[in-house]
Ligand binder design. Structure first.
Ligand code: TXA
Ligand code: MG
Length: 317
């Protein structure tokens, strides 16, 4: 693996190279926001379409404000409570933000990640580091340095940062007509954001909404190499796991039955890791039952990823 220290990572970024950075959600593929070369390399390395905007990682609120032309009180309260942490805030951008980052939109996604090494790196990079998840477009996100290596080999330098704690990507939220809209569910739920705002004296509605950017919400995303099928106790022949196996054995030789952990924090931490593991272990299909106790707001982020990663759903929810 091409592991680099923070000094080397900074030099690479400032010279227009990409570097994989650890965060508490997933590993990102970083490029310096003031280098068009670095930004272009993010898209070409990931094989990501240019119409899908990147989020900018910064070391704190002051740096975020320097990239935005309309940092509202709502942004400020949420950033103060949640940063460093798994929340991306969409704000109006100013002229210093390259259209390569925003796909020509007038807004920019900003996030201060909660990872010691990456925070230290960000302090040494003027402006910030744009970074999508460090995987090929549409595929499973990496939560360990080894996963990044599996995606890109030695072509991408990596900062070793251990396993990601949260395990799924940040909550993405924007302010639209005075209310907060969540475009991608994650660790920070609507209820939690509402509480934070309320405590600061702001009575603001927080809702889940369709993303204004279709790509991040593409129907298929986060996909493992082998098919993932969501099953459910409601589906008649899926009541009995042996029955499921028998049916699927006609097509698949080695199905893995994956029961999600009961605790949503653990489920989210293990999600992408498990998807990779089953493939490596030679299984040829993953069956994940939807169970009624796997619902509730804190499960939204997990099911959002599973619904996009799946090939088929047999569950009636
Ligand atoms: O946890 C994370 O957010 C990870 C780590 C590396 O920080 N990053 C990540 O990046 O997941 P990416 O590119 O895979 O997802 C960013 C999401 C996409 O769904 C994109 O469409 C959305 O943020 N996004 C970016 N800029 C936006 C904007 N101006 N308006 C609305 N959505 C935006
Ligand atoms: Mg991604």
């Amino acid at each position: 693996m091409n592991i680099v220290d923070l000094d080397k990572a900074r030099d690479l970024l400032l010279s227009g190279e990409v570097v994989a950075i650890p965060t508490e959600t997933v590993y990102g593929l970083g490029g310096w926001i003031n280098s068009d070369e670095g930004l272009r390399k993010i898209f070409s390395t990931k094989e990501r379409p240019f119409f899908d905007p990147l989020i900018v990682h910064i070391d704190g609120i002051e740096s975020a404000k320097k990239l935005s032309s309309d940092w509202t009180q709502i942004h400020d309260v949420l950033a103060k409570a949640c940063w460093p942490g798994p929340l991306t805030l969409i704000a109006k951008k100013n002229d210093s933000v390259s259209p390569l980052i925003t796909s020509g939109l007038d807004s920019v996604g900003l996030r201060c990640p909660r990872h010691e090494k990456t925070l230290e790196l960000l302090k040494s990079i003027p402006g910030g580091v744009a970074a999508p998840s460090a995987n090929k477009f549409g595929k499973t996100s990496p939560t360990q340095s080894q996963h990044v290596y599996q995606e890109f080999g030695d072509a991408v330098a990596i900062i070793e940062g251990g396993a990601s704690d949260i395990g799924i990507e940040s909550t993405v939220a924007g302010v639209v007509n005075g209310r907060v809209e969540i475009f991608r569910p994650g660790f920070y739920t609507a209820q939690k954001l509402k509480e934070i705002l309320k405590e600061a004296g702001l009575n603001v509605e927080v809702v889940y909404a369709e993303s204004p950017v279709a790509p991040g919400q593409l129907k298929h995303h986060y996909m493992p190499k082998i098919p993932l099928v969501i099953t459910g106790p409601e589906f008649s022949w899926a009541k009995n796991q042996t029955e499921i196996e028998k049916e699927l054995h006609k097509t698949f030789k080695k199905p893995a039955i994956w029961l999600l952990p009961e605790n949503p924090s653990i489920a989210s931490r293990e999600l992408y890791q498990k998807m990779r593991e089953f493939d490596e272990q030679g299984f040829d299909i993953i069956l994940t039952p939807f169970l009624p106790n796997h619902s509730g707001e804190e499960w939204l982020g997990i099911w959002n990823r599973l619904e996009k990663a799946k090939t088929l759903s047999l569950a009636r929810k």
